[in-house]
Ligand binder design. Structure first.
Ligand SMILES: [Zn+2]
Length: 91
């Protein structure tokens, strides 16, 4: 059996579609306690190096976002799943 794979460039189009939607209406599942909630409901701490979003139930760090002059670092370690509606695929 041979495993086949492609490089990360094949993620470009799907990720572009995902992150073009309004992420705040997306629902995320906390990796700490399993709570599912809209991203708009999380607690965001802006007085840190970047933005830190924490679960309102268990305080797990769900997301860290740091913006530099020409790039962004996004850590989603604390989100088990991020669910968002996207437009239906064209036929
Ligand atoms: Zn939690």
């Amino acid at each position: 059996m041979t495993d086949t794979w492609v490089d990360g460039n094949d993620l470009a189009a799907p990720l572009r579609e995902i992150f073009a939607v309004a992420v705040t209406v997306a629902r995320g599942q906390c990796a700490g306690c399993g709570r599912q909630q809209a991203i708009a409901e999380v607690r965001v701490y802006a007085r840190a190096p970047g933005l830190v979003a924490r679960c309102p139930s268990c305080d797990t760090v769900l997301l860290r976002l740091v913006r530099g002059p020409d790039r962004v670092w996004l850590d989603l370690t604390g989100l088990r799943v991020l669910e968002m509606a996207v437009p239906s695929e064209a036929q």
